[in-house]
Design a protein around this ligand. Sequence first.
Ligand code: GAP
Length: 435
Amino acid sequence: MRDENKKENDLMEKIVSLCKRRGFVFQGSEIYGGLAGMYDYGHYGVALRDNIKELWWKRFVDDREDMYGLDSAILMNQKVWQASGHARGFADMLVDCTKCKRRFRVDHLKNKEVCPECGGKLSEARQFYMMLETHLGTVHDEASLSYLRPETAQGMFVNFKNVVDSFHPKLPFGIAQIGKAFRNEIAPRDFIFRLRELEQMEIEYFVRPTDWEKYFEEFRTQMHEWIKDIGLQKSHVHEIEITDEDRAHYSKRTIDFEFDFPFGQKELYGLAYRTNYDLTAHKLEYQDEETKSRIVPHVIEPSFGLDRTFLAILSDAYTEDELNGEVRSYLKLSPSVAPVKVAVFPLLKNKPELITKAREVYIILKKLIGAVEFDDNGNIGKRYRRQDEIGTPFCVVIDFDTLTNDTVTVRDRDTGEQERVKVGELIEFIRNKIN
Ligand code: GAP
């Protein structure tokens, strides 16, 4: 068991180190010693996140006819949070160790009386509010109080009437939003797993009260399809039915989708049946033309953490093997999420004729595929290693044969095998492979 734990810690260390070395994720405020629960995303991190968001938007908004996009403000009137129950209810139960003074969330402890770190006695549990507060304007008083939203969901509920008035949707329909959320987590940890500033991709799907089970099941299937889209291993995802006592205050049924992260099986996504709790709280209704009555629709909420998606993808993609007698580490990313799809190299960096031809090929690919890099730094082996580590599925090399017969080699990241392809057929060849 101890060896297993060590292997898992090693894997996490390798992922964190690759993320920094290759410009995916940096510690927030690093030059000032960091800030707990905050991370900054670098060039390849931004690209990977954008790819995840784009795929999500395509599956859940663009490919459907019943979904409306939204980008609501992070700060909202404090009455939103009073009505939703967050202002008094968004809290964790917390205990302190009377000996080593460490602090723990009660729901994370197996033994609620003994400190898991030093064996000391734990204090009585007390509430710890997770809403981050701020004040708007010059006066710091109750009236100027606002909260950084802890979920994107409320922005969608308070815009329910706007969406109905603008688009006149028929039930069932959904509102979708991607955006930042903030939680004053007691113990931010495990790299980008538990953050204080996080990003969510959420849907509030409004249904007739009697239809909730049907759409709950539909989204359950859709969430598994999404997990396939981003290339996560099916066997690493586990559904957990959340018990009555552990469910959020607004939910009548919740399934967590847990993932085998390197540090253990932990929540990746949630699917909740929020009943008509939120629309009732905000005093919102819907005129149902089918039944000619005013009703309060019920809500199915699939909720996806973007940062946890990012970490799950990296955990599944990180691979070590031996290629041509050399040990290498690489990211076996699905081409759909890879930050760079193709890299183009001249075989040698001091041959102007190779560089000119390589740049010609690069410009054609860049125009049509977009996420393409040119690299003539260092020897070719080093260039392959660099692209392998950022998960680039294909490397195109321009060599002396290219100058005579207009063909290039295309190297596959996972097998290291190379194929010769005509420049005129390159785009189609790569597009077929990516798709
Ligand atoms: N609107 C419902 C809601 O916010 P949640 O289970 O609290 O539900 C939804 O959060 C998702 O947001 C989680 O499944 C997870 O992916 C992500 N998430 C929640 N807290 C997080 C944190 N502190 N750091 C990173 N991601 C988090």
